[in-house]
Design a protein around this ligand. Structure first.
Ligand SMILES: [Zn+2]
Ligand SMILES: [Zn+2]
Length: 376
């Protein structure tokens, strides 16, 4: 007396593939060896797994319905039959993921990721902004809800592979009979055929559209930063889950400030006299107009820092600094009166024939060189 696999899984003889899968999943959860390791339960787990292997495969199910034993391939012809239940099918039953080589593949596939470039000016990237972006994308077809079949119709089970998605062929070789499988050429491996495609999406399950999305761009992003918006990409073929949308930040150069990390740099040129006497100047920063004090005796190349006037740190508190590099301008042309004044100044300062002085950096270099000669 052959086993009744329908009874084993507790389903009716006319149960659909979905019902069989559900029943197996429910039983496998409570009987799985990882959950319940006692020997009797393990035996029962093997039974329901064998039942699922047969009933989930249309060919084996048919054999079982006609009173045959799909595992009784004593002739040795049916390679793979009864060789145990492939782990991938257990995974499939648990997680609904179709394995690559067995069973029909799902029409639904994950959608592609998309990348769009977002141009920001310095204040926007430095302090964050909200943008409305127009995205050309694919969304779920409302008419067929992704199935690809016209309203009121369903994909038909493929009559070439009987819904398996693959066709098997037994060939003779020097090893004996070998069974090979390949994707079904009629249904492309889906196990079903859409005879009446949805008019709206031509059977793709999705339609192209232009969508406006509002995105919050965090403070502190910079040129080349990628922001991932999970699930905002294209819906996949067959109504599959959407991919991700990536925003690539492109920062427009600022006319005054150069950004290095969170710090901003700029250069101001001041006349020689202002550098010597000190001055104050007004500068337009990202925070509005600021008064900058240039102390008397400021040297060319000196840096005036404005702390926390740079850009916001990304995902952190605090801001970078604004660093003002001073460039002291020597007058290019002097009129006679100015020249006379400067000559007088140089006399007063005893600088008519200034001794050639080393800059501090060079002195340091020479003293280090001397130390090296002295062995210190
Ligand atoms: Zn459609
Ligand atoms: Zn087929």
């Amino acid at each position: 007396m052959a086993k009744d696999y329908y009874a084993t899984l507790g389903v009716r003889r006319d149960a659909s593939q979905e019902e069989i899968k559900k029943a197996y999943r429910r039983l496998a959860r409570e009987l799985h060896p990882d959950v319940n390791p006692d020997p009797a339960t393990q035996e029962r787990f093997k039974e329901i797994t064998a039942a699922y292997e047969v009933l989930s495969d249309p060919q084996k199910r048919q054999m079982h319905d006609m009173g045959g034993d799909p595992f009784g391939g004593a002739g040795g012809a049916g390679a793979g039959f009864g060789a145990g239940f492939p782990f991938s099918d257990i995974m499939d039953a648990f997680f609904g993921t179709a394995s690559a080589s067995r069973g029909p593949r799902s029409r639904a596939r994950r959608g592609r990721n998309a990348t769009i470039r977002v141009e920001l000016d310095l204040a926007e990237s430095g302090f964050g902004t909200t943008r409305e972006l127009v995205v050309d994308t694919a969304i779920l077809c409302e008419v067929c809800q992704g199935s690809g079949a016209a309203a009121g119709t369903h994909p038909d089970t493929c009559d070439m592979c009987h819904g398996r998605g693959e066709v098997s062929q037994v060939t003779r070789s020097f090893l004996g009979q070998v069974m090979t499988s390949r994707p079904c050429p009629q249904c492309g491996g889906f196990g079903s055929v859409i005879r009446h495609p949805c008019q709206e999406c031509s059977g793709d399950g999705r339609v192209r559209t232009r969508r406006t999305i509002k995105v919050r761009i965090p403070a502190g992003v910079e040129d080349g930063t990628h922001i991932q918006l999970a699930g905002e990409g294209e819906v996949g073929p067959g109504g599959g889950p959407p991919g991700d949308l990536f925003l690539e930040i492109v920062e427009r150069p600022h006319p005054t400030f150069e950004r290095r990390g969170d710090d901003l740099h700029c250069t101001v040129s001041i006349p020689m006299t202002a550098a010597a006497l000190g001055t104050s100047l007004t500068m337009e920063t990202l925070d509005g107009a600021e008064q900058i004090d240039v102390r008397p005796g400021t040297q060319s190349g000196q840096v005036i820092p404005l702390y926390a006037r740079g850009v916001q740190r990304l995902n952190e508190s605090g801001r970078g600094d604004l660093l003002i590099h001073v460039n002291v301008e020597t007058p290019l042309k002097l009129d006679p009166e100015q020249e006379e004044l400067l000559r007088k100044l140089s006399q007063l300062r005893g600088e008519e024939r200034p001794p050639g002085k080393f800059a501090p950096g060079q002195q340091g270099f020479f003293s280090r060189l001397k130390d090296a000669f002295n062995g210190r």
